[in-house]
Design a binder for this molecule. Structure first.
Ligand SMILES: C[S@@+](CC[C@H](N)C(=O)[O-])C[C@H]1O[C@@H](n2cnc3c(N)ncnc32)[C@H](O)[C@@H]1O
Length: 242
């Protein structure tokens, strides 16, 4: 299974919320960061049935990857983001068997992300190494966003990406509030690189400038008809897909 075959044969079958184009863009991002010497697995907080996660796992060629979700403990889903189905963990595992290149390389942690602690961080870093791709799509209150971002920052390679979902979803304003809190009350080590398809891609500050030009060129070549603007977000130059 590769990212193209997942998009051809699995993507439409897996319940969830993300566009096909953003999965493709993560493929381009991963090629670019791999060329910069960054090699790692994928992690997502808030996988639901694995729609976006399996795109990331395919992008990193099936390397050791981690899914964190409360799964069937939906009483912990205090903002009701993406719940509402039975046997969530079983459904997720079935999709991993079908659509991950190496299903044995995918692990799950069944846990409220707000309960992740420094021992979890150390254990995850020791077992998986820094991730190349980390998606934040669990609880959508500002407290979740700030908590989950900081967790991601500690376990993601500086040349990798942290992807924030629902950045511009009016149904979940806690996400943009959380991002505002990160930048106005702190000094995140990752900077915004691309805004589009309801996601914000952030990369380690030291990689931001070179990735901005490189990714822009790659996407312009792959999608000549796609409109890409350059604008600023919290003081950083970004590519904005309009
Ligand atoms: C919007 S869905 C994720 C969609 C998924 N990323 C996709 O590609 O379709 C949100 C997920 O976050 C999980 N979730 C909600 N609150 C959580 C929390 N506090 N900790 C961990 N996972 C949580 C839900 O169980 C649900 O699976």
């Amino acid at each position: 299974m590769s990212i193209d075959s997942y998009l051809d044969s699995g993507f439409d079958d897996v319940e969830g919320w993300c566009s096909r184009r953003i999965v493709e863009i993560m493929g381009h991002f991963t090629e670019m960061s791999t060329a910069a010497g960054v090699i790692g697995g994928a992690c997502e907080i808030g996988v639901h049935q694995g729609k976006f996660f399996l795109g990331l796992v395919n992008a990193v060629n099936g390397r050791q990857s981690l899914a964190i979700d409360i799964f069937d403990h939906q009483s912990l889903n205090i903002d009701h983001s993406g719940g509402g189905i039975n046997d969530m963990l079983a459904g997720f595992k079935a999709n991993v068997q079908k659509y991950a290149p190496y299903p044995e390389n995918v692990s799950e942690i069944v846990k409220d992300s707000l309960a992740l602690n420094p021992l979890d961080t150390a254990h995850i870093l020791g077992r998986f190494g820094p991730f190349q791709l980390f998606s934040v799509d669990g609880g959508h209150m500002h407290q979740h966003l700030v908590n989950d971002y900081h967790f991601a920052e500690n376990v993601t390679a500086p040349g990798g990406a942290i992807i924030i979902d629902d950045i511009l979803n009016g149904g979940f304003p806690g996400v943009i509030e959380g991002v505002a809190r990160l930048f106005l009350q702190g000094a995140p080590r990752f900077a915004p690189l691309l805004l589009g398809h309801n996601k914000l891609i952030m990369v380690g500050l030291s990689y931001h400038r070179r990735y901005l030009e490189d990714l822009h060129a790659r996407l312009a070549a792959a999608y000549p008809d796609m409109t890409m603007w350059r604008t600023k977000f919290f003081g950083h130059d970004i590519i904005s897909l309009v």
